[in-house]
Design a protein around this ligand. Structure first.
Ligand code: ATP
Ligand code: MG
Length: 453
């Protein structure tokens, strides 16, 4: 899949040779892979990350690139960002860089700012019995705070996956491998460090990270890493909804949202994030709600490929559309309420319930609300209404949403086609369309008491 290795004789070939010579150990003993035997070149590391690494090194600290930056460079991918690990403490880092801020409570980190690029500098984390106040766990084993510092070996053990625990040491450009990460990179295997169940209990978000990296890298999740997920998926309920929203955005805006969606459902993780949606999807794999969410994911992937802007709000609107629709109907029936106010009520309830799982920031939920509410206006094809709708600031997104619904058979294609044409034609043609336009759809005719503006 995205496992791009443009040069087959390059890194993987060389790593392979090196692996035959040097059996890496997974016990925390380093294997040092010299510059001549790996493919990471300084020219592929951001200048700002290099500046941070050099300055730390010059000041006498150990300074390594770590995590996704090293992993992606080894795989011939372009890293999203560069993270630095060091034995300097956050205050030491702050003393070296004027453009530095210390952030985080759960994990204290230094951020070094260069315009829009932020280099995250983390101090090696330890296992140690250190200061008890610096390490806190919940009764279920979840890590609440972790500010015990340690050696690089300890730091490696505390990372999530073996392929994320490789260090590029600026001192001599070697790659340090404590966890057999090189071998797993070569074999395309995603493997959690340590006992998987314990590691998921410490931080259930690692289950989502497993899906994200498996899809992004085209790696297979190791069976031991995979096995506990179904059973532990419910632990995500203990994670803050805002962290889960952020993770969901990383998952769905990764460029492979469709695959992520399918994998999340496969592992029972989707239900922990979107229980209302899972309820309508379960057992209805061929139905339009499934088609609609899957198509929205596909469209997002396509837009990203074409370099077009995407918003998580549109995806969230698609994910939650069926729960909103069903609740609207229910309120209409039970409270004998017209469609529009019933929908408003349903939207408010669905959004506040979803906020307990993944809390959608206000600007996105406002977008969703507007896109949903505009759907009912697309069936009015006469008078001034089409012009007003066309001029609405949210028209474009609402129209895209209409296309999605029509594509899945939830709205008549005829209506969507009318709007496609209405946007394309001249103003005199528009007038003609309006004259012949009728309020489409028989079932809408029943809504005589619709109070929609
Ligand atoms: P990308 O930046 O491409 O999303 P990444 O691997 O760099 O991937 P980050 O979230 O930037 O992921 O984290 C940087 C590194 O920090 C990871 O590679 C991993 O070593 C460590 N890490 C991050 N989150 C966790 C976690 N929940 N548990 C353990 N280690 C983690
Ligand atoms: Mg990263």
């Amino acid at each position: 899949m995205t496992k791009v290795n443009k040069n087959p004789d390059g890194i993987l070939g060389r790593v392979s040779k090196w692996l035959q010579k040097t059996p890496a150990s997974a016990t925390g003993v380093a294997c040092s892979i010299p510059r001549s035997e790996h493919s990471i070149s300084r020219s592929n590391i951001s200048e700002n990350a290099l500046k941070v690494l050099y300055r730390l090194h010059k000041a006498g600290y150990q300074a390594c690139l770590v995590g996704g930056g090293v992993r992606d460079l080894l795989l011939g991918l372009e890293p999203k960002d560069f993270d630095v690990a060091t034995d300097a403490q956050p205050e030491d880092v702050k003393a070296l860089f004027r453009n530095c801020r210390i952030i985080g409570r759960r994990f204290r980190l230094a951020h070094v700012f260069y315009g829009r690029e932020i280099i995250e500098v983390a101090t090696f984390r330890g296992m140690g019995d250190g200061d008890e106040g610096q390490r806190m766990q919940s009764d279920e084993g979840r890590i609440l705070r972790d500010n015990v510092y340690g050696s690089i070996e300890e730091d490696a053990i505390r990372r999530d996956f073996t392929v994320n625990a490789l260090y590029y040491d600026i001192k001599d450009s070697s790659v340090l491998d404590y966890m057999n990460g090189m071998q797993d990179i070569q074999n395309g295997v995603l493997k959690l460090i340590g006992d998987p169940e314990q590691r998921y209990r410490e931080d259930p978000v690692r289950m989502l990270r497993a899906v994200r990296f498996a899809v992004k890298l085209g790696f297979k999740i190791h069976e031991d890493t995979e096995r506990p997920i179904n059973e532990l998926a419910g632990l995500l309920r203990d994670i803050s909804p805002s962290r889960l929203f952020d993770e969901s955005v990383k998952l769905f805006l990764s460029g492979q949202a469709l695959q992520v969606f399918e994998m999340l459902r496969h592992y029972g993780l989707f239900e922990s994030l979107y229980p209302m949606t899972e309820e309508v999807l379960a057992g209805e794999e061929q139905g339009f709600p499934h088609m609609m969410v899957a198509q929205a994911m596909k469209n997002t992937d396509l837009r990203l490929q074409e370099g077009k802007p995407v918003t998580p709000a549109f995806l969230y609107a698609a994910i939650l559309w069926e729960p909103v629709r069903l609740l609207t109907k229910q309120i209409q029936d039970e409270e004998d309420m017209p469609e529009y106010p019933a929908q408003q009520k349903a939207i408010t309830r669905i959004l506040s319930k979803q906020a307990k799982y993944t809390s959608v920031p206000k600007r996105f939920s406002q977008f969703m609300r507007e896109v949903w509410q505009l759907q009912g206006r697309f069936v009015y094809l006469s008078g001034m209404r089409p012009y007003k709708l066309l001029a609405h600031p949210r028209f474009r997104a609402a129209y895209d949403f209409l296309l999605l619904r029509a594509g899945c058979g939830e709205e008549e294609q005829e209506v969507a086609d009318w709007w496609t044409r209405f946007q394309e034609v001249s103003s005199s043609e528009k007038k003609k369309m309006i004259k012949t336009g009728t309020r489409s759809r028989n079932r809408r005719k029943k809504r005589g008491n619709n109070t929609q503006p």
